[in-house]
Design a binder for this molecule. Structure first.
Ligand SMILES: NC(=O)c1ccc[n+]([C@@H]2O[C@H](COP(=O)([O-])OP(=O)(O)OC[C@H]3O[C@@H](n4cnc5c(N)ncnc54)[C@H](OP(=O)(O)O)[C@@H]3O)[C@@H](O)[C@H]2O)c1
Length: 254
């Protein structure tokens, strides 16, 4: 789900209504520290969260071939919070290229909350790739390349990436191995931002604990891939609305 090109220092977005399951819905006005949203979207160590936005017809991208046109200030508010609460954003390389991922910055009001939670100052990005073809805005200082032993990525990327390569399989990246390898590097709060191919694999392998799915009022592009459905065994934990968007958080039943 795109946002890395959107300014992280813009004021927090529009008012939302809703809340946790079983609670009476309330209004959540913009707040630089987003205390209420942080309470609705806690991210414990060891939890893999997936965040996606689906068009009104279930697609992952709009006419420009990215998710940018599907979103609005309402879901961007939540995305900023989800990023501030994680150690690492995990994406498929196609998403990183299409949506021009670059090193991430945390909004100032949320940076303080991050410090209070004992999280590192920066949110890293981990790109799952076979080819090793990365967008130029991602630097080895903040990026991990998750690939497999048979991949051309190791030869393609320069020596500055040597310390940032994670080999998570022989001929293919295994989602479970990748998550374990990130955890071994102290990156155990994982936020996967898609795309649908990577998200589908994570869901199929049962490694997603928490699925945040926004329903956009905007229609998607006919050729865009579909957003994977919420799997059985998850319950709706929170629902927020605003600007025609519905943002649901689903959590795995324990
Ligand atoms: N609506 C949303 O929330 C949302 C979120 C994200 C993206 N999107 C959109 O979705 C589209 C991209 O999604 P996508 O499904 O086509 O691609 P994707 O999941 O972002 O990335 C697929 C790529 O990831 C790498 N990859 C995935 N699994 C792998 C594995 N097991 N082993 C090795 N490499 C692996 C490969 O990279 P290489 O090609 O480098 O080998 C593959 O081509 C774009 O249009 C994007 O804008 C929408």
């Amino acid at each position: 789900m795109a946002d890395h090109t959107a300014p992280e220092h813009t004021p927090p977005g529009a008012t939302l209504t809703g809340g946790a399951r079983g609670e009476p819905p309330g209004e959540i006005p913009p707040d630089p520290a987003e205390a209420r949203l942080r309470a609705l979207y806690p991210h414990r160590a060891g939890i893999v969260r997936l965040n996606l936005i689906a068009s009104a017809d279930g697609k992952a991208a709009g006419a420009d071939g990215t998710s940018r046109g599907l979103g609005g200030p309402e879901d961007q508010r939540i995305l900023a919070v989800l990023r501030a609460l994680c150690d690492v954003v995990l994406v498929g390389a196609q998403t990183a290229r299409r949506e021009r991922y670059a090193d991430l910055a945390v909004r100032p009001g949320l940076a303080q909350a991050r410090t209070m939670l004992g999280l590192r100052e920066h949110v890293d990005v981990a790109v799952v790739t076979h080819t090793g073809n990365l967008p130029p805005g991602l630097t080895p200082a903040r990026t991990w390349v998750v690939t497999h032993a048979g991949s051309p990525a190791t030869a393609r990327l320069g020596p500055e990436w040597a310390e940032r390569l994670i080999i998570a399989g022989d001929q293919d990246v295994s989602p479970r191995t990748a998550i374990g390898q990130l955890g071994a590097r102290g990156l155990s709060r994982v936020l996967c931002e898609g795309g649908p191919t990577l998200a589908g694999r994570l869901l199929n392998r049962g490694v997603v604990d928490d699925y945040c799915l926004t329903e956009s009022p905007v229609v998607g592009a006919a050729a865009a891939p579909a957003i994977p459905p919420v799997p059985a065994g998850m319950d709706e934990a929170a629902t927020l609305e605003g600007g025609g968007f519905v943002m649901r958080r689903w959590t795995r039943r324990s």
